[in-house]
Write a protein that binds this ligand. Sequence first.
Ligand SMILES: Cc1ncc(COP(=O)(O)O)c(C=O)c1O
Length: 467
Amino acid sequence: MRANHSNGHSLDGEALPEPFRAKMVEPIRLLPKPEREQRLAEAGHNLFRLKADDVFVDLLTDSGTSAMSDSQWAALMRADPAYAGSRPFHDLARTVNDVFGYDQFLPVHQGRAAEHLLAATLAKPGDVIPSNHHFDTTRANLAAVGAKPVDFPCRESLDPDGRESFKGNMDTERLEELLASRAHVPFVMLTITDNAGGGQPVSLANIRRVHEIANGHRVPLILDSCRFAENAWFVREREPGQATRPIPDIVRDIFAAADGFTFSAKKDGLANMGGLLGLRSPEKMERLRQRLILVEGFPTYGGMSARDMATVAVGIREAIEEAYLRSRIRQVGLLHRWLSAYGVPVVRPAGGHAVYVNAGRMLPHVAPEEFPGHALACALYREGGIRSCEIGSLMFDATPDDATAGGSRRLELTRLAIPRRVYSDNHLDYVARTAIRILESAHDVHGLRITQAPASLRHFSARLQPL
Ligand SMILES: Cc1ncc(COP(=O)(O)O)c(C=O)c1O
């Protein structure tokens, strides 16, 4: 693939290779095609139901799938498992203070536990919680307490082909209208980067503006900060006035422009498990702490083992290292350019953690209610043993005009999420070639219908049948 791209699509230029090398490897294997077909049928055509061993290149998610560094493994081995006040907890507290600038936080087992604590403690039935774009677990946690999550994505984000720099931004006019209305808004959220909307970043200017508007109405801003480091990279690359600033300074500014944050350490924490919840308000923090003890654990470990906390304490610092972030963003961009060079429709520009294929456009013969994004995901597994994830009508179960569920901006996407420090460019080359092969006979890809599904978060466990 790379050899074919010397005509202006050469991707590496002067770029340095990854700033790490392999010290341990994990074998992977490609099952023969008839076996892949069989496994897919046995899994009810739901890729979440597959055994990971039956997957060749696993791009289902970038969450919890990072390769940890030797420093993280060393910290894990040195961790003392004390119930109260363990060394890893204090290491983590130092990291949170140094990197995010927060002096209080709660350790939770993963991002959605932070969302649950926030929703269950600070939101009540009828409340409205706006965001640029809530992710599925955030939306579900808010809905579970009877609150109404609403999305105010910026207009640019509606166009998958537009190349604007910050398509993750919030539409601040709509936010102002909501806050000026009679709606009760306990907090505003911003997802950085916008996972459900193409992995697009939010500008520092937009974060600051949202913060200013929200605080003007005495409403706090909470960041869903899973991919804060990748967002900070794009701020430096694309935002006027930021080009010469160190990443850690930009990260501090991002968190300084908020009153709290939820964080899944499974993304830019470079850890396999863990999460954090930070709030500046001591009074609200105390309410959440009491709930943490009830549902997660004692406040100096919450939902994490000391070993998990040790890996997160190191991982957050590694995630803002210049050389690491550069290679991370470069690799995602590489797959994006390979696919688009061969006509596979992708959401532009490249996001920070994944490439989003516009499956609705790639498979125009598959109607939204037949889940084109999922049909493509199944085809990628069938053709190449590649696992990916639909982000579209299957994940966001709502009518297309239901703006509260992102319906007004609905795109039928297949997300190729790239685990951090795991796959080589050769793996991505294989993924690109498989997708291009599918594009060449796209009319052979059929939609699916649901045969069985739970009431909430149906994409995780639904069973489907090809049409
Ligand atoms: C933007 C966003 N928020 C929240 C979450 C939930 O985090 P976790 O999977 O750790 O519960 C995710 C996970 O993918 C996410 O991408």
